[in-house]
Design a protein around this ligand. Structure first.
Ligand code: UTP
Length: 293
């Protein structure tokens, strides 16, 4: 299975980051000087993806503009000697081939993925959530999933074991081991209560799906929170066809709520080649100040 296309659903309301997200999509919030969404696109490209379908809402034009070339701005920056910045905006516009699809109503993640049907056609594809960054020094997390999909010839999801308190926020999985870090999926459910949970293995932010998912999504009624849930559709898929879960190597950063956004920002500032040393020094001084208080 050759995976060339990816869908990035980024049309959500961003309720937890209001009022910033009234006009700026949460996927466009910066980590130092690059928007969250660009890190996700770069992971997709590093995993072999050539075409990206961004699911946006009609208010979210900032995302389209970020990934479209802007020769006028490029020229202006070059003229004033800001070569590095000019190259940075060119880089974003040439990462992949982009298409943009508007999700008319925020009816849930399943509906957002369904919006990409015509652009994807009859081939397997990846899904990367627009507010979840996956960071791994070695093989990108999406590539780890694509490798499992190619090996087992089936759809795959990223998974990780989470605490009893956290599993209610995710989808829980019933699984059995196939090899180190790869499991066969038998069942799944969305945001389970403690009685409903199948295990503490949760699905996190990355998927490789086969095109049957569109036919299933067409028939999927609204589920939890009255939204069309991708998990409900994948549950049908995993009962008919093999599906695997990959306990990925790497770290996941959620950027969709204030607390996780703050800690992600600090980690990325520490990793930044230009700002890392300054940030480290700033944190040490701040810690001393807090300690002395
Ligand atoms: P979230 O549930 O984290 O995003 O969806 P949200 O709905 O924006 O969050 P809150 O609860 O209002 O703060 C995960 C991803 O799926 C996208 C979101 O943009 C996010 O990247 N999504 C969600 C859609 O594209 N459409 C939807 O209808 C729902």
């Amino acid at each position: 299975m050759h995976i060339r296309k990816a869908v990035i659903p980024a049309a959500g309301l961003g309720t937890r980051m209001l009022p910033a997200t009234k006009t700026v999509p949460k996927e466009m919030l910066p980590l130092v000087n690059k928007p969250v969404l660009q890190f996700i696109v770069e992971e997709a490209v590093a995993s072999g993806i050539e075409e990206i379908v961004l699911i946006t809402s009609s208010e979210k034009k900032a995302m389209d503009n970020h990934f479209l070339p802007d020769p006028e701005l490029y020229e202006r920056l070059m003229k004033k000697g800001a070569m590095r910045e000019a190259e940075a905006i060119e880089h974003a516009a040439h990462l992949a081939k982009f298409s943009f699809v508007v999700q008319k109503q925020q009816r849930g993640l399943g509906d957002a993925v369904y919006c990409a049907r015509e652009h994807i056609g009859d081939e397997p594809f990846a899904v990367l959530l627009g507010d979840d960054i996956m960071y791994n020094e070695g093989k990108p997390v999406l590539r780890q999933l694509i490798d499992a999909t190619e090996k087992y010839g089936c759809a795959s999801v990223a998974c990780r074991e989470v605490s009893d308190e956290s599993i209610a926020k995710y989808s829980s999985l019933a699984i059995s081991p196939l090899e180190e870090r790869v499991y066969e999926i038998h069942d799944m459910n969305e945001k389970p209560t403690p009685e409903e949970k199948l295990s503490n293995h949760a699905i996190l932010g990355r998927y490789v799906l086969t095109p049957e998912i569109f036919e299933i999504l067409e028939q999927t009624p609204p589920g939890r929170n009255d939204e069309i849930q991708l998990t409900d559709a994948m549950r049908v898929l995993c009962r008919h066809k093999r599906m695997v879960a990959v306990d990925f190597e790497g770290r996941r950063y959620d950027t969709g709520n204030p607390r996780d956004y703050i800690s992600t920002f600090i980690d990325f500032a520490l990793k930044d080649p230009d700002m890392g040393d300054w940030t480290r020094q700033f944190i040490i001084e701040k810690a001393k100040e807090l300690w002395d208080r």
